[in-house]
Design a protein. Structure first.
Length: 150
């Protein structure tokens, strides 16, 4: 069940969800839990993704999406998926470098080397990036509010 904040976004002015992305209505402030729920709604995530791409911060959303898929993987598939995620987002020569501390990166690398690939492998990084993504969402919301007032 969606929270009232997310339902209010979806039902603002009784629009269809696909119209919300292009609307210039103001968006509510969201906490991390609300933001996780926001990201579960494809039409809302797509609007934030378009904005994040303009800020060159879409890698956080891409990582979040990939981690959700990783968590759904079977134990058998998890090691390969974890290695792919690490290479895609944390290698020096990758296109999608997710900006986290060296300590966080090393914690994941060490767990991978020790074959500790449970569904919580990326939790620390995910929590950190969701907090960072709150700032991106805040700017996105402010832009929507500013455009609405014009």
């Amino acid at each position: 069940m969606l929270s009232s904040k997310i339902l209010n976004i979806l039902s603002s002015k009784k629009r269809q969800p696909r119209e919300i992305i292009s609307s210039r209505s103001s968006l509510p402030e969201l906490g991390v839990a609300d933001l996780q729920e926001f990201l579960q709604v494809p039409v809302l995530r797509a609007g934030l993704m378009r904005y994040a791409q303009k800020e060159f911060q879409d890698d956080m959303i891409l990582f979040y999406e990939d981690v959700q898929e990783y968590k759904k993987a079977t134990n058998h598939d998890r090691k390969n998926k974890a290695e792919r995620l690490f290479k895609l987002y944390f290698s020096v020569d990758t296109e999608f470098v997710v900006s986290v501390s060296e300590e966080m990166r090393e914690n994941v690398r060490n767990k991978l080397d020790e074959n500790v690939v449970d569904e919580r492998l990326f939790d620390e990084i995910e929590a950190y990036l969701l907090n960072e993504l709150k700032d991106v969402y805040g700017r996105y919301s402010a832009i929507c509010s500013l455009c609405n007032s014009l």
